[in-house]
Design a protein around this ligand. Sequence first.
Ligand SMILES: Nc1ncnc2c1ncn2[C@@H]1O[C@H](COP(=O)(O)OP(=O)(O)OP(=O)(O)O)[C@@H](O)[C@H]1O
Length: 444
Amino acid sequence: MSGLQPVLPSNQAPSTFEYGGGDEISAIVLDPGTSWIRAGFAGEDTPKSVIPSDYGVLEGVEEKGKKYFIGDNDVHSIRPGMEVRNPMSDGIVADWEAATTLWREAITPRLTMALSEHPLLMTEPSWNPPKNREKTIEIAFEDFDVPAFYLAKAGVCAGFASGKSTGLVIDVGASNISVTPIHDGLVLRKGCVRSPLGGEFLSNQIRAYFESANIPLSAHYQVLSKTAVEVGKPAEATYRTFAPGEEPTESYKRFQEERVLTEFKECTAQVWVGPGPLPGNNNPPLEAAHAILSPGGRTFEFPDGYNLVFNSERFRITEGIFHPPSMLTAPNPDPNTTPGLNQLIANAMKDIDVELRQMILNNIVITGAGSLLYGFTDRVNAEIAAAFPAPRVRVMAAGNSVERRYASWLGGSILASLGAFHQLWVSKKEYEEHGPNIVEKRCK
Ligand SMILES: Nc1ncnc2c1ncn2[C@@H]1O[C@H](COP(=O)(O)OP(=O)(O)OP(=O)(O)O)[C@@H](O)[C@H]1O
């Protein structure tokens, strides 16, 4: 695929195109991640429907035996007994019933009531196993009854979003950091690598740090009102109380705490500039590092008003991403066997043909919401420049956080609206003739 078309601004109607016998229909693009499910019309520049992948569920109610609570409003509402779950594990679907329900909900009624009239392009990670791929196409044709379907690699789509069909895509998601080499719009399988050092890992690092430093983590739903207090002074807040049996579940509490941890990542956490490990990280106390690491520090206020200035800690909690021996103690992946991001990039490049290497190094794309950490792209730049001292190494990361969050969706939107893409759709008729295995032959 070459010759990418410009994407429409969101205030312009989506382009329609001819599918099959001449009906003009917009394709739907669905990018299901561990944190968010992004859905919208091909040809648009942002997904119109973005819902959390976490959902609430009450067991033992209604005739189906369970009731789902999907979408920002519903999943955040306090309901006694409501568990909060996620259908994904390691970036791929683990609970098909929940995933199908969420995907449908992301599309109808948010985008259209007529799901069966729109071709559907979905994204998948490069490590999605064949049985999951077949199950996905089966859901598309048999549950959603779509007229045509395509399963596109998220890495390839993220490359397209930056106008690259050849390059190296570094995607920092919730479950994983993945590094995907692509060439002419196809993934180079032997170079696809990943490590469980994404946003969930970072949340665990922050939790571990708060626990070790006795920093109380409150969640927004727990606080009815608060008074401003000085830095480090105990919170003066009125907390919500619950009658016995009315308390939210532990999974709801953790989900709400995760919101605060994400706020901490957005506002306070920072990545050491590198190259090489954070100074003094393995040699506490860290006073020596304080002087080098932004001595002013950064204040973070918890939902109950408790606030602290964070100094070198905010670098220390992120360092495990690049240098796993620096992980804080937590239920972690094994720091001795888990590759850090530097190692991942080296592993991905190791088997790339020499002629291609230079082109790939010249087109490194950073994407995923987890990459929005302060200093992340600077560190990647520094590490890559140190590891590959070639004159033409170029690292690109969209300055616009929306593009970084939605890159895979946006690439899918571009792909599905290309004129030449028509021939790639798998039609319902082809699916009926060949069965779900057609996904292996047609969606490379
Ligand atoms: N500004 C930010 N800085 C750092 N991390 C962030 C920021 N905003 C969101 N995150 C984290 O990014 C992660 C979600 O990233 P993203 O939306 O790319 O994942 P996903 O595509 O849903 O997941 P996956 O790719 O694992 O399936 C979450 O862990 C979230 O806490």
